[in-house]
Design a protein around this ligand. Structure first.
Ligand code: NAI
Ligand code: MG
Length: 369
């Protein structure tokens, strides 16, 4: 059996509270399903800074690199607002992303039937929605050089960011998108702005060539990113997998996410390149939300984003597709039963806290076995 080394980095604020609910599921899977997860744990963010003055220690960084997958809670909070920039809590997450070379960020936007009424869009527009945004995470305008504010010497300054993409970066992110599409609706929509950006022209060319070379069975469509934004709110169900660059992906994934519900519901995955020998890839799974200092310690946090991140981990790191499906069905089932944390509460539903939500999902997961 392939190893299942799982590193838990709960972090700060509601991170540990949400992680506790995942721990229960893992304990059940190890005890009853003999899933064989080897758990390890580390500190990240403010809690790591308090312990050893860095947002993540070298020892925990090594654990992350040696693991098959990392489950990450959330970092940050007002307590650490004034710590030096390069050891601030977020630096821990950025270091993990960079050193693990997590170039592919996956953000699903799924509309749970029970929550179709609470979207800002019409029910028929979002009901049954299941799309996946694949965002390039380690290149583009966030990293390109030159990147500076230049003093022009005439009382003017110039702010400069540079959008840079090389062929290999576009090849590998589109490869991830095509592979994922094969496991879902078999369609990829690539978004760029080739009408005004040279990097967009190259993006379009390389995605097309990658498709032709290896993924001709998948349907490919190209869309200008601004038009794509429009289509996402007009008729999102036309999409299956969307692949796009770092900047457009940042915005489009936030838009797509909000089609369907609360921050407390949204999982994500960040994947690295497959190892040439073993085929296994580095991966980190985390909720989209932060440490929610306003509700931390009150037991009100919604653990669904964290639990759904673990479901993605089962699916993409361990190929435990049946278990992933079952865990996602358990989440949907609990919502169907009218059980709600405060952030997704509506009239006539049963309001519960973090622990009760976790317990209900685990009970449903067991019942679906
Ligand atoms: P946030 O996501 O922590 O909270 C935004 C709002 O959503 C808050 O009102 C919060 O109570 C609510 N919320 C978030 N997750 C929830 C959940 N699971 N259940 C119920 N309600 C939930 O973002 P905010 O307030 O901008 O940042 C707070 C701290 O988190 C900051 O220090 C920020 O830097 C950090 N942060 C960390 C991230 C990470 O670790 N990946 C991502 C975003 C923010
Ligand atoms: Mg964003």
């Amino acid at each position: 059996m392939a190893s299942k080394k799982l590193l838990l980095l709960p972090g700060d604020g509601i991170g540990p509270e949400a992680m506790a609910e995942v721990r229960k599921i893992i304990a059940y899977m190890n005890a009853e399903l003999k899933s064989g997860f080897e758990l390890d744990e580390g500190l990240v963010g403010g809690s790591a800074y308090d312990a050893h003055g860095k947002a993540i220690s070298e020892a925990d960084m090594e654990k992350a690199l040696a693991s098959d997958a990392v489950l990450f809670g959330a970092v940050g909070g007002p307590k650490w607002d004034s710590v030096p920039y390069d050891v601030r809590p977020e630096a821990g997450l950025l270091r993990l992303r960079k050193d693990m070379e997590l170039f592919a960020n996956l953000r699903p936007a799924i509309c749970y039937p029970a929550l179709a009424d609470s979207s800002s869009l019409k029910k028929e527009v979002v009901e049954g929605l299941d799309i996946l945004i694949v965002r390039e995470l380690t290149g583009g305008v966030y990293f390109g050089e030159p990147k500076e504010i230049r003093d022009l010497g005439n009382g003017q300054k110039r702010g400069i960011d540079t959008q840079v993409y090389d062929t290999y970066e576009i090849e590998r992110i589109s490869g991830v998108a095509f592979e994922l599409a094969r496991t879902r609706g078999n369609k990829v929509t690539s978004m760029e702005k080739r009408n005004v950006m040279k990097s967009g022209v190259l993006w379009n060319e390389v995605v097309t060539a990658t498709h032709r070379a290896k993924y001709f069975d998948v349907k490919l469509e190209h869309m200008l990113a601004d038009a794509g934004g429009m289509q996402l709110v007009r008729w999102p169900k036309q999409f299956d997998v969307i692949v796009t660059d770092n900047l457009f992906g940042d915005m489009l994934s936030d838009i797509a996410a909000m089609l369907t519900g609360s921050l407390g519901m949204l999982p994500s995955a960040s994947l690295g390149a497959p190892d040439a020998k073993t085929g296994s890839r580095k991966a980190l799974y985390e909720p989209v939300h932060g440490s929610a200092p306003d509700i931390a310690g009150t037991g009100a946090a919604n653990p669904i984003a964290m639990i759904a991140s673990f479901a993605m981990c089962l699916r993409y790191s361990f190929n435990m597709v049946a278990e992933a499906d079952r865990l996602e069905a358990a989440i949907a089932g609990v919502l169907d039963d009218g059980i709600r944390t405060a952030d997704i509460m509506s009239e006539g539903k049963t309001k519960v806290g973090t622990t009760e939500m976790g317990d209900a999902i685990l009970a449903k997961f067991k019942a679906l076995a």
